[in-house]
Design a protein around this ligand. Structure first.
Ligand SMILES: Nc1ncnc2c1ncn2[C@@H]1O[C@H](COP(=O)(O)OP(=O)(O)OP(=O)(O)O)[C@@H](O)[C@H]1O
Ligand SMILES: [Mg+2]
Length: 253
């Protein structure tokens, strides 16, 4: 399963992406967790102390591989990337491999800088070569290119009770469909009332987005965050629900 986790800022994308990655790894799968958020904090949710070198920082390698160092203003869009994961991925608890992308240049008109081309080529490579990939996105998905999106099996949107979060999901679905993502699902997180969760679920289902899980607001996660521990190493009701979510995701594939 190749999963992209997206949603409004602060809804719990990283918490859920990191926990799912470890749960898949506990099943014996080789899991690649990709931190595609410039904030680079997926490591905490995985229980990894230090980030490996962000790929965007490998300026010399990127310039050599994309042949941008010729100074001609042209560069390769298909640089060699097949050795990057082994070299720059960090192995963490349960055997998850963390790959940190670093800052991907944005720009709606399409930035054509070598770094961007390299990161996209790498992401495409990982999505097409590996069988289990969890992508922790930044709030938007604007930087997901068409070629990359084709490698994503499921866009899992995280929603917190609130209409702004639901609107973000609507936008992600429109954008995602535009770039060729075919399967969307949602998980409602930080739930404090079953009634509200039900209302959010109804709206999402009307939008054509099935809800695969409801995760309660859980002080244990805030505690884990404060202590710099992975949610899975702390446990609690939210983690139990993420385990149930993982089962639902597995049942899809
Ligand atoms: N179910 C929950 N109960 C309580 N706190 C939660 C829950 N899920 C996430 N949190 C907390 O909410 C905060 C934001 O979570 P997280 O970093 O996973 O969100 P995010 O969507 O990745 O944010 P960003 O958009 O900044 O990347 C963290 O402090 C996290 O511990
Ligand atoms: Mg995050």
């Amino acid at each position: 399963m190749k999963l992209a986790v997206a949603g409004k800022g602060g809804v719990g994308k990283t918490t859920i992406a990191g926990t799912l990655a470890r749960l898949f790894a506990r099943e014996g799968e080789r899991v690649i967790a990709v931190d595609a958020d410039p904030a680079m904090n997926l490591k905490f949710a995985l229980g990894i102390m230090r980030n490996p070198e962000p790929i965007s920082e490998l300026k010399d390698l990127i310039f050599t591989r994309t042949a941008a160092d010729t100074g001609m203003g042209v560069f390769k869009l298909n640089p060699k990337v097949d050795d990057i994961l082994a070299q720059f991925g960090a192995l963490g608890p349960d055997g998850v491999t963390l790959l940190v992308m670093g800052t991907i240049e944005k720009g709606g008109t399409g930035c054509t800088c070598p770094e961007n081309a390299f990161l996209r080529a790498l992401l495409r490579h990982v999505l097409f070569k590996e069988s289990t990939v969890i992508l922790d996105m930044e709030a938007g998905i604007e930087h997901l290119g068409r070629g990359t999106a084709r490698g994503v099996d499921l866009m899992l949107t995280v929603v917190e009770p609130g209409m702004r979060s639901v609107e973000t999901v609507a936008r992600i679905k429109t954008l995602g469909e535009d770039i060729g993502i075919t399967r969307f699902a949602a998980v409602v997180n930080k739930v404090t009332s079953a009634d509200v969760a039900h209302r959010i679920e109804t709206i999402l289902v009307e939008m054509g987005i099935p809800v695969l899980g409801i995760v309660p607001h859980d002080p244990a996660l805030i505690q884990a965050d404060l202590e710099g521990k992975a949610p899975l190493d702390v446990g609690g009701v939210a983690v139990e629900r993420i385990k149930a979510l993982k089962e639902k995701i597995t049942a899809l594939s």
